[in-house]
Design a protein around this ligand. Sequence first.
Ligand SMILES: Cc1cc2nc3c(=O)[nH]c(=O)nc-3n(C[C@H](O)[C@H](O)[C@H](O)COP(=O)(O)O)c2cc1C
Length: 304
Amino acid sequence: MTDLTVTLGRGLTLKNPVMVASGTFGYGDEVADLLDYSELGGLVTKSISLEPRDGHPPPRICETPAGMLNAIGWANMGVEAFCRDNLPFLAGLRTAVFVSVAGSSQAEYAHVIEAVERSALEIAGYEINISCPHVDKGGLEFGVSPEETEKLTSRLRAATERYLMVKLSPNVTDIGEIAQAAERGGADAVSAINTVIGMELDPATGIFKVQTGLCGLSGPAIRPIALANVYKVSQAVSIPVVGMGGIMSVEDVVRFIRVGAQAVQIGTANYRDPRIGLQIARELPGYLAKIEAPGLEEIRGSAH
Ligand SMILES: Cc1cc2nc3c(=O)[nH]c(=O)nc-3n(C[C@H](O)[C@H](O)[C@H](O)COP(=O)(O)O)c2cc1C
């Protein structure tokens, strides 16, 4: 049997490289009846902020020719309720769980992590969302500046011994520079990409399909953009890169591994079938055999 385990550093090993992406799996428990989480490499929660947030008014999502647009606006229950109501379930899962952290200031990001740490529940670590394109304050504000990225990362590094992954935006001039800033700040890994800024409207009425107008595009439409960004990031840093953007199949996973990803996350495809991550993980050994690759290590970064 092909060894699919993936080493991410800081003592963290995933049983396979397929994780599910933030915001596309809710708090992790909505689909509990549908799948065996222990077959997933890992799970990232939706982004959690210090206070509860209603998010943006509807409509918040819309389908596009090869993907979807969203502007959820970090709708979430806030860290206190999350730690009380959801974290115990997540901590019991036999997969690597990452809490996605959002904030509108450095202190807010830190307070979210401190609250999770206080709960003393076992999780693998955190994914820091500095890359959300559709919130007024925070999110991308940090993710477009190398200085802010480094400062925020080192502040959060001091707040936890657990795994710290910083999620990058493609909506920047030089994603490699931001990735390096996260690495300097002490990140264990970077993940890329968050959604690409997009927009859709009705030609007859001029009304936006997503209420905020500017919003985030995801799904197969962004896969080539994501591959190019993961390629650039993996050239820029020596920490692991977790790739995502438009993954729909086992072939897509292998594309990301070949441009340098250590592991991958699946987002939009979960809306079609929340079991897609498991299916892809199951198909991976067969596909590697078909292309005569002994394992992931042998093909990782082969495109470079
Ligand atoms: C409806 C929706 C909600 C999302 N919410 C979050 C979120 O809360 N935090 C975050 O970091 N990314 C969020 N994302 C971005 C995804 O995690 C992922 O980075 C992006 O969609 C690209 O991957 P995909 O094309 O496989 O969906 C969201 C994406 C979608 C479609």
